[in-house]
Design a protein around this ligand. Sequence first.
Ligand code: DC
Length: 236
Amino acid sequence: MTGPLVVAIDGPSGVGKSTVGRELARRLGIPYLDTGAMYRAIGLLAERNGIALPIADPDQVVALTSAADVRVTGTESDARTFLDGEDVSVEIRRPSISLYASAVSAIPGVRRQLASFQRRLALSGGGVLEGRDIGTKVVPETPAKFFLDASLDVRARRRHLELEAKGKPEPFDKVRGEMEQRDRADSTRSDSPLRCDESYVRLDTSDLNPGEVVERCLAALGSLPGKPESQVGESG
Ligand code: DC
């Protein structure tokens, strides 16, 4: 059974997954889904409920997740995130929420709920999905998987400049330290850790600009067996 095109983009924080994912979705004319935004929304919910880090009672966060209504708009030009109807797109980008998102994403009961929601969205309408476990857990059967990577220093420098450009500068060492901490947590957690295997096309983006990464992804998609329309379905 063939289904809609689903492109998985995984990789560590600050590697350019969102920039590349949005442009790729635009070029392919398919939805764009930032799955990290959903973990961020649950992280924000945990913070608003006064839950401290490290999280002492994961079941409390699982219960909050079950009761929450998290939505992301699935287009590259309007990728917004709503938590119980409130537009939280800006608030979830706060650095403290990055740490909360990483902490809630290590909780299996949270992952189960968000990953199955993401899978349903992917199978119903296709799309470019970016995150940490898209190619390993959410839609492992898609042949279109990219793992973007770059050194910690390169990624931290990019994030540092991005924060400066947004008028919210943070010291470089702080940005680098938090990124390192988050990468370690995301790659060593027991449920769905970030990892690249041979089913991915791995791209080191250290010396590439986003446009070049997009072109490489499009070229790789063009050479997939059966080409991009062949893709995923309930029966794989
Ligand atoms: O991509 P991001 O930085 O917005 O993601 C926030 C956190 O959510 C990140 O630390 C890891 C987690 N995450 C995840 O575990 N699985 C995903 N598919 C996406 C994000």
